[in-house]
Design a binder for this molecule. Structure first.
Ligand code: URA
Length: 438
């Protein structure tokens, strides 16, 4: 078999066989297929696409390029959750203790934030001492004893994807549906869970800006998961504005705790409940959405979800006191208001711009090596559909450096699209894919 022939085949619009895809991915992982040939192949895939069968084969070949975790030592049905990434997306912080408090084991790998989107690990590090660097033994023990463990992604998880993503990033071949779906799903399949729930964001702050592309991506991923033998479903959620009101690590943790205390923003709670409902049904803990919501409301009302978060933080070396007193979380030195320049209704809040404003404050990473300031961020005071008067506060910036705060203020004003025309508030839950396949 020669890589040259496979590139030509794909360039001519033909399907690659299972063996050819395995040969290509194994060769690429080993360094036998050079970057220039793999780049030519990804570009050919961009122009010619891949069938469902080819996409599944690519996913499975990338999954098998490294470690495939065995979670069989963990009792119960393990359901993983993945978000395609958004601004203000602190969902895992509230969702995981809620489902764990209901007896569904959470054995999760999470990442750090990069660019304008945040990451769960950074947020959890707002609890002093918290670490995701725990041994496999501790990971399994914690899930079995307290119901949750969250670790960083292991170095040898889907190494083919790591190499391929780096190549796609510099050859303008990231935005191809089969390549995105296989890249996300190979890591989910290698992480060893029994079922997968996906939060696919749609809108200006999402990877997929248009609803039809988000639906296509969700369908592709649900199809891969199902064909690979895992129960899989997706919820498509709105990212035409940040989720909730808080953006920035410490502020987002406080908002998640507020939600576990029975308050919290409506849109955020709806996303948590939509995903939680699927997780509980996949784990056979609830028969239907109605029962799932009743159970989730129950563990919030009786405080057991909040207690579960504290147990989890403590078990991974963190100080859990901020769970009960969020004023102990890192706090920025200064606050600055962002004032509405005009009267009108908020039509859109460019989520990506808000994410970049947070990064400007020091709350996000420009490169993987950058260090971040956990205390800074933005709290929105107006969201889509709200009426605002000129001079009213649109948002409050929490920062430690005045020049950075002034730069962030410019961006936030620019991110708000205000119009005299009244608009309906859009629902945050846009669509389900694969929900009825329990
Ligand atoms: N996230 C991934 O892991 N891979 C992609 O290709 C896109 C988003």
């Amino acid at each position: 078999m020669r890589m040259y022939d496979l590139i030509r085949k794909k360039k001519n619009g033909e399907e690659l066989t299972t063996e050819e895809i395995r040969y290509m991915i194994e060769g690429f992982t080993e360094g036998e297929v050079p970057d220039y040939q793999m780049s030519a192949m990804t570009m050919a895939i961009c122009f010619r696409g891949m069938s469902k069968r080819e996409t599944l084969d690519l996913t499975l070949a990338m999954r098998d390029s490294g470690d495939v975790l065995d979670l069989s030592a963990i009792e119960g049905i393990k359901v993983d959750k993945h978000s395609t990434g958004g601004v203000g997306d602190k969902t895992s912080l509230a969702l995981t203790p809620i489902v764990a408090a209901l007896g569904v084991p959470v054995a999760k790998m999470s990442g750090r934030g990069l660019g304008h989107t945040g990451g769960t690990i950074d947020k959890l590090e707002c609890f002093p001492g918290f670490t995701t660097e725990i041994s496999e033994e501790t990971f399994v023990k914690n899930v079995n004893c307290i119901g949750i463990a969250i670790a960083g992604q292991t170095a040898n998880l889907a190494p083919a994807d790591k190499k391929l993503y780096a190549l796609r990033d510099v050859t303008a071949t990231v935005d191809q549906m089969s390549l995105i779906a296989s890249s996300i799903m190979c890591k989910k399949l290698a992480s060893g869970s029994d079922a997968i729930v996906l939060d696919v964001k749609t809108g200006n702050g999402a990877f997929m800006k248009r609803m039809e592309d988000s639906v296509a991506l969700a369908e592709e991923m649900v199809s891969i998961g199902t064909l690979a033998g895992k129960k899989t479903a997706a919820v498509i959620t709105d990212m035409d504005q940040p989720l909730g009101y808080a953006i920035g690590n410490s502020l987002e943790v406080a908002e998640a705790i507020d939600t576990l205390n029975g308050h919290g923003p409506k849109d955020f709670k709806e996303v948590v409940f939509a995903l939680g409902s699927l997780m509980l049904q996949f784990a056979n803990r609830a028969q239907n959405e109605e029962e799932a919501i009743r159970l989730m409301e129950g563990v919030i009302a009786d405080g057991s979800a909040r207690k579960k978060l504290a147990e989890f933080v403590l078990a991974q070396g963190g100080d859990a006191a901020p769970v009960f007193d969020p004023s102990l979380l890192p706090v920025a030195k200064m606050q600055m208001e962002v004032i509405a320049p005009t009267d009108g209704y908020v039509h859109r809040i460019l989520a990506e711009e808000i994410g970049i404003a947070c990064m400007t404050l020091g709350g996000g990473r420009e490169t993987k090596e950058s260090s971040i300031d956990l205390s800074v961020g933005i709290v929105l005071k107006k969201k889509n559909g709200d009426f605002v008067k000129a001079g009213e506060t649109l948002a409050v910036i929490h920062g430690n450096e005045l020049t950075k705060m002034a730069q962030a203020r410019e961006r936030i004003v620019g991110a708000y699209e205000i119009s005299s025309e009244q608009i309906e508030k859009k629902p945050v839950i846009c669509r389900y894919v694969g929900r009825h396949d329990f």
